[in-house]
Design a protein. Structure first.
Length: 376
C-alpha cells in the first residue's frame, strides 16, 4: 500500500507529488520491497501508486524479465473471472497451440510488430484467415491490458495488419426443405427441439439449457436465461447467454407451443415409467436419466434426421441462419429478427443476412408504388 502523498516545492517553482509504495516481499529473498513514485499532480501520483501495487500483485513488477508466454498466463488468470468458461478455454487453447511455441519465449518488452506479423504469416500456411483473426483479437486484448497496467508503453498489435476474414457462403434450407424435415421429425423424441431451432433461431447451447420454468404456455412464449457450453475441463456447464442481448423473450407459434406440450407429456410418462433412475432437473430436453443431452449426441441425431428427410447437409448452427432468412424473406422487420436471435445490434443482423435485403428492397419499392397509386 502507499504511504502519505507528499507535496514538494521544487527550486524552479514547480510542484512534485510523491509517495512510497510498500510492495509484497521479494519471492526469492523474502526481503521487504518499496518503490517511490511521483507525478506532477496528486492524482497522477495516486494513479502511479495504484498501478505499481497492481503490477506487484499480478507478478509484472519486473516487466523486463517477463516473456510473452508468462504474461499471457498471468493475464488470463487475472481476467478469467470476467470471462465465460468457454472463452477462457478457447484463449488457453490459442496460447498453447499458436503462441507458446512461436513467440512465447520472446521477452514481452522486446516484442515487435514484425514478430506478430511473422507469426500470422506462418499460421496462415495451415489455418483459415478467420482463425488467425481470432488469435489477433485475443492477443490485441491482452496487450491492451498490458499497456493499461503499465507493463508496456504501446500495443504492438496496433501496427499489425490482421488477415482479412474469409467469407464462407451461408448455407440454409428453403421453406419447403424445412417443412420436409419437420414432417419427418413428427413423433421423434426431439421433435420439439427441431421445431424450436428453426422457428426461434435459438443457439444449440440455449436449447440444451432450456428449462420448463422458462416456458410460459399461457402467453405462448419462452425466455432464454442460460446456455450450455464446455467449461475449462471440457465438461458441460451452465452459463449466461453469449451476449447481454442473448437474455431475451421469444414468442412461439401455436404449432410450436403444441409441439412442446406433446414433448412435456411424453417426458412425464417416461419419468413415471423409469422411476427413481430419472433425476428431474427441470430441463426440457434430457438424456435417459434426466441429465444434459451431450452436443455430440445431438449432432448424431441431427445428421440422422437429415438423412431421413433427404435434404442438403447443413450445420446445426445453420438452422439459426435458416430461421432468420425465412423471417426476413417474409417481410418481418429486421429489428424483430435481431431481438429473436439475440444479436447485440441490428447492424449485425443486416450484415449477416444482406443476401435477403435485395428482395426486401423490391418489396419496399412495390409498396410505395401501391400507396401512391391509391392516392390518385
Amino acid at each position: 500500500m502507499a504511504s502519505t502523498i507528499k507535496r514538494t516545492q521544487n527550486t524552479d517553482g514547480s510542484v512534485t507529488w510523491s509517495t512510497v509504495v510498500d510492495l509484497p516481499t521479494d519471492p526469492a529473498t523474502g526481503k521487504r520491497r518499496q518503490r517511490r513514485v511521483s507525478g506532477k499532480t496528486r492524482k497522477e501520483a495516486e494513479r502511479k501508486a495504484a498501478e505499481m501495487i497492481h503490477l506487484a500483485e499480478t507478478g509484472f513488477l519486473d516487466a523486463k524479465k517477463v516473456t510473452v508466454a508468462d504474461f499471457f498466463d498471468r493475464w488470463l488468470a487475472a481476467t478469467a473471472p470476467t470471462l465465460r468458461p468457454s472463452s477462457v478455454k478457447r484463449y488457453r487453447d490459442l496460447a498453447r497451440l499458436h503462441i507458446v511455441g512461436n513467440i512465447g519465449g520472446v521477452n514481452l518488452a522486446r516484442l515487435t510488430p514484425g514478430d506478430v506479423q511473422g507469426l500470422y504469416a506462418r499460421l496462415l500456411e495451415t489455418l483459415w484467415p478467420t482463425s488467425v483473426r481470432q488469435l489477433h483479437s485475443v492477443l490485441h486484448h491482452a496487450l491492451d491490458d498490458a499497456v493499461k497496467w503499465g507493463v508496456l508503453a504501446r500495443n504492438v498489435c496496433d501496427a499489425v495488419e490482421p488477415p482479412k476474414r474469409n467469407r464462407t457462403e451461408m448455407t440454409t434450407w428453403s421453406t419447403a426443405e424445412v417443412s420436409r424435415v419437420l414432417a419427418v421429425a413428427a413423433g421423434d423424441d426431439l421433435e420439439a427441439l427441431w421445431r424450436l431451432a428453426v422457428t426461434t433461431g435459438m443457439r444449440r447451447g440455449e436449447l440444451l439449457g432450456l428449462k420448463w420454468a422458462d416456458i410460459d404456455f399461457d402467453s405462448g412464449s419462452l425466455s432464454v436465461r442460460r446456455s450450455l457450453s464446455r467449461g475449462l475441463t471440457s465438461r458441460l456447464i451452465e452459463g449466461e447467454p453469449k451476449t447481454k442481448a442473448g437474455r431475451r423473450r421469444i414468442a412461439l407459434s401455436p404449432a410450436t407451443v403444441e409441439s412442446v406440450r406433446r414433448h412435456r407429456s411424453r417426458q412425464v410418462e417416461y419419468r413415471l415409467r423409469v422411476g427413481p433412475a430419472y433425476s428431474d432437473n427441470g430441463y426440457v430436453f434430457t438424456n435417459e436419466t434426466g441429465g444434459y443431452i451431450h452436443p455430440n449426441r445431438l449432432s448424431k441425431h441431427y445428421r440422422h434426421l437429415i438423412d431421413l428427410a433427404g435434404v442438403p447437409v447443413i450445420r446445426f448452427h445453420d438452422l439459426r441462419h435458416t430461421c432468420a432468412t425465412m423471417l426476413l424473406a417474409e417481410g418481418v422487420h429486421p429489428k424483430i429478427v435481431q431481438e429473436r436471435l439475440g444479436h447485440s445490434d441490428i447492424a449485425m443482423t443486416l450484415n449477416l443476412y444482406s443476401h435477403v435485403t435485395p428482395h426486401m428492397q423490391q418489396a419496399a419499392a412495390d409498396a410505395i408504388e401501391t400507396a401512391l397509386s391509391r392516392a390518385i
